[in-house]
Design a protein around this ligand. Structure first.
Ligand code: ZN
Length: 254
C-alpha cells in the first residue's frame, strides 16, 4: 500500500472515531470547552476537594438540564473529580481547539510564577518561603494572586483585597460565608468557627467533620486593605496552618 493510501485510511478512521465520540456527548461540545475554562479558574482559586462540586456548580449555573448525564459521562471518561475532568477529559476535546479556543484579548488567561510581590494595596513580600509557590493569574483586568504548597493545589492561599471585613467577632457571619463559598448546605450541625491568634494576625478557621473543605481567613491586625484566604482539606489543615504561619512571617510589616 502506498503512503498516500495509508494516510487516507488513517484519516477516515480518525474521522469515524471522532464522529462516534461526538455522538456519545450528552450535551453540546461547546458546553465542555466552557466548563474547562471555568474549572481552570475555579480550581486555581479553590483547589480540588476530590468531588465534582465545581463541575456541578457550572452545570447548575448554565442550566444544563441533564446534568446527571454529564457527570456520568465525565466519570466514564476519567473525570471522577474536578481536577480529573481537566487532567483527563479536556484533551478529548482538542479537536475543538482551532475554532473555539481562539483567544480574545479580554478573556485571555495568563499565569506566571512570582518570586516576590508588592501590590498597590500595601501587600509586600520579598521572598516566598518554601514550600510555598506564588502565582499570578491575569484574567482580563483582574489579577489573582495565589500561594500554594508545592505542585499540588489541595491547599491554596488567595490574597484578597476587595472584601469588606466588618464582622470579625460574629461567628455566624463566618459560618455563613463558609456555606456560601462551599455551597454545601446539609449536614452542617458541627460546623465550628475558631479564632487563632498569630503575632500580628488573627485567623478565623471554619470547618466541619462531615466535609473536606476547611477555610481560614487570615487578617493582619494593622490593615483592612487585604487578607489571606486559605482553602484546604480537613485531613491536612493542621500542618497547613503551620506553613501558613511561616508564610505570614515573610510578609513585610509596613
Ligand atoms: Zn481532584
Amino acid at each position: 500500500m502506498d503512503k498516500a493510501k495509508q494516510k487516507e485510511i488513517q484519516n477516515q478512521l480518525a474521522e469515524k472515531e471522532l464522529a462516534e465520540f461526538k455522538k456519545s456527548l450528552p450535551v453540546d461540545e461547546n458546553i465542555f470547552s466552557r466548563l474547562f475554562d471555568f474549572l481552570d479558574v475555579e480550581l486555581g482559586e479553590y483547589g480540588c476537594d476530590h468531588t465534582t462540586i465545581l463541575t456541578k456548580k457550572f452545570l447548575d449555573k448554565n442550566v444544563v438540564v441533564n446534568a446527571t448525564d454529564v457527570i456520568d459521562w465525565l466519570e466514564n471518561n476519567g473525570g471522577g473529580c474536578d481536577c480529573e475532568v481537566l487532567a483527563n477529559v479536556e484533551d478529548l476535546f482538542d479537536y475543538l481547539n482551532p475554532p473555539i479556543k481562539k483567544p480574545s484579548p479580554t478573556n485571555q488567561i495568563k499565569k506566571q510564577k512570582l518570586n516576590s510581590l508588592k501590590t498597590d494595596f500595601g501587600f509586600s513580600i520579598e521572598k516566598i518561603p518554601s514550600p510555598w509557590i506564588l502565582t499570578e493569574t491575569i484574567l482580563g483586568n483582574d489579577k489573582i494572586y495565589n500561594f500554594q504548597i508545592g505542585k499540588s493545589n489541595n491547599c491554596i492561599v488567595n490574597l484578597t483585597s476587595d472584601f469588606p471585613i466588618t464582622q470579625l467577632d460574629n461567628d455566624k457571619f463566618w459560618a455563613d460565608l463558609w456555606v456560601k463559598e462551599t455551597e454545601l448546605h446539609y449536614k452542617l450541625d458541627d460546623l465550628t468557627v475558631e479564632q487563632i491568634e498569630f503575632e500580628n494576625y488573627l485567623a478565623i478557621l471554619v470547618k466541619t467533620k462531615n466535609w473536606t473543605p476547611v477555610k481560614i481567613w487570615c487578617i493582619r491586625k494593622s490593615t483592612k486593605k487585604w487578607f489571606l484566604k486559605m482553602t484546604t482539606e480537613l485531613s491536612r489543615h493542621k500542618d497547613d496552618i503551620k506553613e501558613l504561619e511561616k508564610l505570614i512571617n515573610h510578609i513585610k510589616t509596613e
